[in-house]
Ligand binder design. Structure first.
Ligand SMILES: Nc1ncnc2c1ncn2[C@@H]1O[C@H](COP(=O)(O)OP(=O)(O)OP(=O)(O)O)[C@@H](O)[C@H]1O
Length: 292
């Protein structure tokens, strides 16, 4: 998927301030793109424009050289896998929480359940969530919030064996923020590995991940994207390790794209990117050493 922003300006509905101002860039098919910038600079808003949660006020977004508005929104979103800073906690099992990442996948049906369980397990591994499953007595069938519908008055009447089984499958577990984050990432991978998906976009999962976890997540996304020619966009605050490996870095400041290019070129400019990089340089060095 190619994406071009041409002089895009945007303000949220009922707001007068333009939070994206005259932004232009081109992302080529299969590129690994990292977006950086201070808090509130407009990084997440770019995502919301790419999947048409909002339309631009002026300028044009092109997807594969056609204006984004010429596609049906549903078709456009079908070929995208996006991970946002906030994500849904479904009151269902771990398995179902991940399966819902790709509700468009028509190959899932009762007869094919083992195949879908295998596919969910693969996504769990890619999302780094295996240890969550291993610790739960019911594995990926663990219910994450009370499943009230499963507890009818007939449960008692159906006999002790049935009741014991119901108790087992409706036992709920509490997960930490970090564990939910990993499940949400497994959900992303479940969708992203579909051949149909051509753009994978990840908005800042670093809040609940330590640097090493984030770098290994980035590597798994990078390898998924490069093997299958998917475009990858990754927003982060911890950008040293990631930006050194990016084909294109977009540097946002107060709604404007102030710099774009590769790591070494941007360092030479000695501008916004170089400043941000130097601010965090010590942390990058040690994180980088840790991975290499
Ligand atoms: N739904 C919204 N309605 C109105 N204004 C919004 C909305 N979402 C974001 N904004 C504003 O748009 C600007 C850009 O926000 P955005 O979330 O895109 O920044 P960001 O660079 O992703 O920030 P962060 O690094 O904190 O995630 C900010 O001034 C923010 O307050």
């Amino acid at each position: 998927m190619n994406i071009t922003f041409e002089n895009v300006t945007f303000s949220y509905p009922k707001k007068t301030e333009n939070v994206i101002r005259d932004v232009s860039f081109t992302i080529k098919q299969g590129q690994i793109v990292v977006i950086v910038g201070l808090t509130g600079s407009g990084k997440s808003t770019l995502f919301k424009l790419i999947n048409r949660l909002y339309d631009v006020n002026s300028g044009t977004i092109f997807v594969n050289r056609h204006p984004i508005t010429s596609y049906m929104t549903k078709s456009l979103r079908k070929v995208m896998a996006m991970h946002y800073q906030t994500y849904t906690h479904y009151p269902l099992s771990i398995y179902e929480n991940i399966l819902l990442g790709d509700a468009d996948d028509g190959s899932i049906d009762a007869e094919n359940e083992q195949a879908s369980r295998d596919s969910v397990m693969e996504a769990i591994e890619m999302g780094g969530a295996e240890e969550i499953i291993e610790k739960q007595p019911a594995g990926m069938d663990t219910a994450l919030k009370p499943n009230f519908r499963a507890r009818g008055h007939k449960t008692e009447a159906a006999g002790p064996e049935f009741k014991a089984k119901m108790d087992e499958i409706t036992k709920t577990s509490e997960l930490s923020a970090g564990q939910w984050q990993k499940l949400a990432l497994a959900r992303l991978f479940y969708r992203a590995k579909s051949k149909r998906v051509r753009l994978v976009a990840v908005d800042e999962p670093s809040a609940s991940l330590d640097p090493k976890m984030e770098y290994s997540l980035f590597e798994r996304l990078r390898s998924l994207s490069s093997i299958h020619g998917k475009t990858l966009i990754y927003v982060t605050h911890r950008f040293g390790y990631l930006t050194k490996r990016a084909d294109l870095i977009l540097v946002m400041r107060e709604g404007q794209l102030v710099e774009q290019g590769r790591h070494n070129d941007l360092l030479k400019l000695n501008g916004e990117y170089a400043n941000l990089y130097k601010l965090q340089a010590e942390a990058f060095m040690s994180d980088d050493d840790m991975m290499e």
